[in-house]
Structures are given as structure tokens and as C-alpha cells.
Design a binder for this molecule. Structure first.
Ligand SMILES: [Zn+2]
Length: 167
């Protein structure tokens, strides 16, 4: 079995951040990985059985390696030794995280993203951390914030992208 698993973390040199979409209704909306899984199923994405059997078998399609929800919960997706489906042409050297929201995120979500990326940074050495839109020929604006500016600012929440939670 393990001999068939060619995807190794040593090949991963980039972390890619995604948002859910551009529609403001997604800001603060609680989205479960199983919903994303349904969307990805509709998009024709399928995980290989050998990976699915070992890790998150309930997610048969989910293309990202992780997802952050608006409450700051971190959900796992594909295995970290499994190729994702999230950036055309770059799935073979990237890990992808879905930052659930459109243009604004809660403080809890921002801190959770920071924690996850710091953890992945440690695992990968010194990876590039970027947004989906930072790849050439990507027309989307995903993840709708400047990842480089965020990294430069010690991954502190970007003030213009904070969703204040009404109490
Ligand atoms: Zn994206």
C-alpha cells in the first residue's frame, strides 16, 4: 500500500489560501466540509480510494487539505500526503486551505488560520504562503485579501477584512 503513495510532503513547497466565493452571504456563514464536499462532487472532483479509506472517508471529493470555519474551528480535509484539487496546474506541490468566508472573517477565524499556517510552515520548512489569485493565469480574486501583506504583518488579522460578530 505505502509503496503506491508517491505524494510526499517533501514535494510541497507552497501553501495556498482560498475563500468560499465573492458573495457577501458567505461572510460568517457556517459551512461544513460536507457541504463543500457536495460542491466538489458536483464539480466532478473525486478522491482516490486508497487515500479516502485511510483518512476522512466521509469526504469523497473535498479538494482542500483543511478548512477554517467562522468560529475558528479547523477541519481536516484531504490527507497531507494526498494531492489536493484546488489550484489548476499546481496541485502537485501545494497544500490548500479553505478560509470560510468571502471578504471578511472573524478574529477567531483569522487566529485559527494563523495557527494552521504556522504549523504547516514548520512541517514544510520555509514554504511560500500565497493566495489562489497569486498564481499566473488565475482570473479569480480568491481569497479576496492580500496574503503577502498578511504574512508581512506577522499574520495578524487585516483590519479591513475583519468581520465583527454581533452579540
Ligand atoms: Zn481559490
Amino acid at each position: 500500500m505505502s509503496g503506491q503513495l508517491k505524494w510526499q510532503t517533501g514535494q510541497v513547497d507552497t501553501i495556498v489560501i482560498h475563500c468560499v466565493g465573492d458573495e457577501l452571504i458567505w461572510n460568517g456563514a457556517f459551512i461544513d466540509p460536507t457541504l463543500i464536499d457536495k460542491w466538489h462532487a458536483a464539480g466532478g472532483m473525486v478522491r482516490k480510494a486508497e487515500y479516502r479509506e485511510r483518512w476522512n472517508p466521509h469526504l469523497a471529493h473535498f479538494g482542500y487539505h483543511a478548512m477554517i470555519d467562522p468560529a475558528g474551528g479547523v477541519h481536516t480535509g484531504r490527507g497531507l500526503d494526498e494531492q489536493g484539487e484546488h489550484v489548476k496546474g499546481h496541485n502537485n506541490h501545494t497544500w490548500g486551505v479553505l478560509f470560510s468566508g468571502a471578504t471578511k472573517w472573524t478574529y477567531n477565524a483569522w487566529w485559527a488560520l494563523r495557527g494552521l499556517v504556522l504549523q504547516w510552515n514548520e512541517m514544510l520548512g520555509d514554504p511560500i504562503v500565497c493566495g489562489h489569485r497569486d498564481f499566473a493565469n488565475v482570473k479569480k480574486t480568491c481569497p479576496n485579501f492580500d496574503v503577502a501583506a498578511w504574512v508581512k504583518n506577522s499574520m495578524e488579522p487585516l483590519p479591513e477584512c475583519v468581520l465583527e460578530v454581533k452579540k
